[in-house]
Design a binder for this molecule. Structure first.
Ligand SMILES: Nc1nc2c(ncn2[C@@H]2O[C@H](COP(=O)(O)OP(=O)(O)OP(=O)(O)O)[C@@H](O)[C@H]2O)c(=O)[nH]1
Ligand SMILES: [Mg+2]
Length: 214
């Protein structure tokens, strides 16, 4: 597992949210994350295991720390445990508009797994990726919208390749999270815990009375 900070040392925030990226292998989950975090767009190898990145975003006047978890889509059959989903505030369900099976698997497999492991308050957004490959498109925008309506979640089409709608996707999700009081409570508890932890680290050399740097 690897993690990285995108904003240097400044992690002061109002809320801290856990966001998950879910979907078949190759739909572009890691590319969406890369596109959000950096300006670079390049071909990636399939993810192995689980990775996460941190992104600071200001949405609705609130400064948010997003911990965005990215899994290997090829591990969809059974290896993702409930601990991965635990405490998630938002989930991005990604399919590839040029591969119908990735769309079908979202409704047949992924959405069911999400329902099983998350509480109902957790916010979901359905994302059709790779719209830059329009000539190869096999899943229409209308079909995407219909599935989102059925699952009662938001819907966006985007391209990690040309960065169209990528930031929008994360902003829309977090705006919805900000509207749910119980998710916000959970988000600020995380922030309080982090502040306490930082205070402990700061106090440690004085309180411990052990080693000194002199
Ligand atoms: N044209 C185009 N290609 C994309 C886009 N997003 C991702 N790709 C390509 O699709 C391939 C798979 O992308 P990944 O981001 O590795 O997919 P993933 O969902 O993380 O896959 P796993 O880690 O195996 O679950 C890569 O070659 C990407 O460059 C996009 O928006 N447009
Ligand atoms: Mg990946």
């Amino acid at each position: 597992m690897a993690g990285s900070f995108s904003t240097g040392g400044n992690n002061i925030c109002d809320y801290s949210f856990k966001i998950l990226l879910i979907g078949d292998s190759g739909v572009g989950k890691s590319s969406l994350l890369l596109s959000l975090i950096s300006n670079s767009v390049r071909d990636l190898s399939p993810t192995i295991g689980v990775d996460f990145k941190i992104k600071m975003l200001t949405v609705g006047g609130k400064r948010l720390k997003l911990t965005i978890w990215d899994t290997a889509g090829q591990e969809r059959f059974g290896t993702l445990t409930s601990s991965y989903y635990r405490g998630a505030h938002g989930i991005i369900l990604v399919y590839d508009v040029t591969r119908r099976e990735t769309f079908e698997n979202l409704s047949d497999i992924w959405a069911k797994e999400v329902e099983l492991y998350t509480n109902q308050k957790c916010i979901k957004i359905l994302v059709g990726n790779k719209v830059d490959r329009d000539s190869e498109r096999v899943v229409s925008r209308e079909e995407g919208m219909a599935l989102a309506q059925e699952r009662k979640c938001s819907f966006l089409e985007c391209s990690a390749r040309n960065r169209e709608n990528v930031l929008q996707c994360f902003k829309e999700l977090t705006l919805k999270i900000l509207e749910v009081p119980s998710l916000l409570e959970n988000g600020s508890v995380v922030v309080r815990q982090q502040i306490l932890k930082e205070k402990e680290v700061y106090r440690a050399p004085h309180g411990g009375g052990g080693s000194c740097c002199s």
